[in-house]
Design a protein around this ligand. Structure first.
Ligand code: BT5
Length: 351
């Protein structure tokens, strides 16, 4: 459980005046929103009862259900109810409450364990699920990266999230989709965690001090140059201490917890990433992101000015990374002074 650090949380004001629970909102999610807004303070049981238009016993039974779902809620006869801490394991009502706070709604599927959230999103799309939606799991047994590589997915406190979309737009509109998502998520994480050094590494990594803190995997089904369906997956190491990485990853990976020495609320991060992803998707579909992407990426680029080696299948080149161009390709200055644009490949830093 991550306890509320005193004075850290921006308080979200409870619904004011005559605000009532909307007909479409699940009362448990509304109870949680009131508790989140007041946290770490108490909310009076009678105010809750008034807003929910139910008896105080009704409120008590809602709270009890939330406790049974794993949330730690304190009750005091004179003061009311208080959310003591947020769990590290995913809790559907809590995630929905955070999404409402972000004023963004989309269907979410929360699992304890999956093979891969990207695979589950693909199955949902194939079975006709309405998009957009989000799939999350506490752990993945076959979490994957690009080119058949695996994504280490220990249980509890990290984020394994996939979003399913049905864009039905020309491929060209989405060619920089992962870069744009990465940039927007890096910006969000920097403001949420205060980690100044979070940056983006072409084409799909989020890094801190050259160590990988997150990775993204976009998979699409394309038909006649039109993207019919698209799955965007992100793995983010949040509250995972270094000791839980296998030796092979310890040198190249890190987490938000290791970078800051603090644990963070996984539901808040998940909800804000879902919102950011939905917004960034809209930006791409609307079009016209290229010059903003090029300009901002070059400010947030972990590779800028570094000596790199790029493997493209059997071909390898070395040079100096010079940011991206309007197509999202990596600009590499070769030894002979020419600049080559690389559209796909593996980048490693050369010291
Ligand atoms: C990626 O691939 O970085 C994309 C990872 C996407 C994972 C998410 S989790 C939710 C969704 N569901 C899935 O099944 N996948 C997505 P790539 O660039 O190929 O990097 C893979 C490499 O990252 C591995 O070979 C390791 O070296 C390293 N790696 C594996 N697990 C890691 C972790 N937890 N943290 C940091 N690095 C890791």
């Amino acid at each position: 459980m991550s306890k509320y650090p005193p004075g850290k949380r921006k308080s979200v004001p409870p619904a004011k005046g005559k605000a009532r629970v909307k007909k479409t909102e699940n009362p448990s999610s509304y109870v949680l929103r009131m508790l989140l807004a007041a946290s770490p303070h108490y909310v009076s049981g009678s105010i809750m009862a008034q807003k929910l238009k139910m008896s105080r016993v009704g409120v008590w039974s809602r709270v009890d259900k939330l406790r049974q779902a794993g949330l730690s809620i304190d009750a005091s006869q004179n003061r009311g109810y208080r959310l003591v801490a947020e769990p590290n394991l995913l809790n559907q009502p809590l995630l929905e409450a955070w999404l409402k706070e972000c004023r963004k709604s989309c269907k979410v599927f929360v699992h304890d364990e999956l093979d891969s959230t990207n695979s589950e999103a693909e199955r949902l799309l194939a079975n006709g699920e309405k998009a957009p939606f989000a799939v999350l799991a506490n752990t993945q047994k076959k979490g994957r990266g690009r080119l058949g590589r695996s994504w280490h997915s220990p249980k509890g406190g990290n984020l394994y999230l996939s979003m399913g979309f049905r864009p039905d737009v020309d491929l060209i509109k989405l060619r920089s989709f992962t870069l744009w998502q990465g940039l927007k998520i890096a910006m969000l994480l920097r403001s949420l965690t205060g980690i100044e050094g979070i940056s983006v590494k072409w084409p799909n990594d989020l890094v801190y001090e050259q160590k990988k803190i997150g990775g993204m995997l976009t998979e699409a089904s394309i038909d006649c140059e039109r993207v019919r369906s698209l799955v965007f997956g992100i793995g983010l190491n949040v509250n995972c201490p270094k000791s839980r990485f296998p030796a092979s990853l310890a040198k190249i990976a890190t987490s938000i917890e290791s970078a800051t020495g603090q644990t963070f609320r996984i539901h808040e991060i998940a909800a804000k990433i879902i919102k950011t992803t939905l917004d960034a998707y809209e930006d791409c579909v609307t079009g016209g992101i290229e010059s903003a992407l090029m300009e901002k990426w070059n400010e947030w680029d972990a590779l800028a000015g570094q000596k790199v080696q790029i493997s493209m299948g059997k071909e390898k080149i070395t040079g100096k990374a010079m940011g991206i161009d309007l197509s999202g390709g990596l600009r590499v200055k070769l030894r002979n002074g020419r600049v080559r644009i690389v559209q796909a490949g593996e980048v490693t830093l050369r010291r």
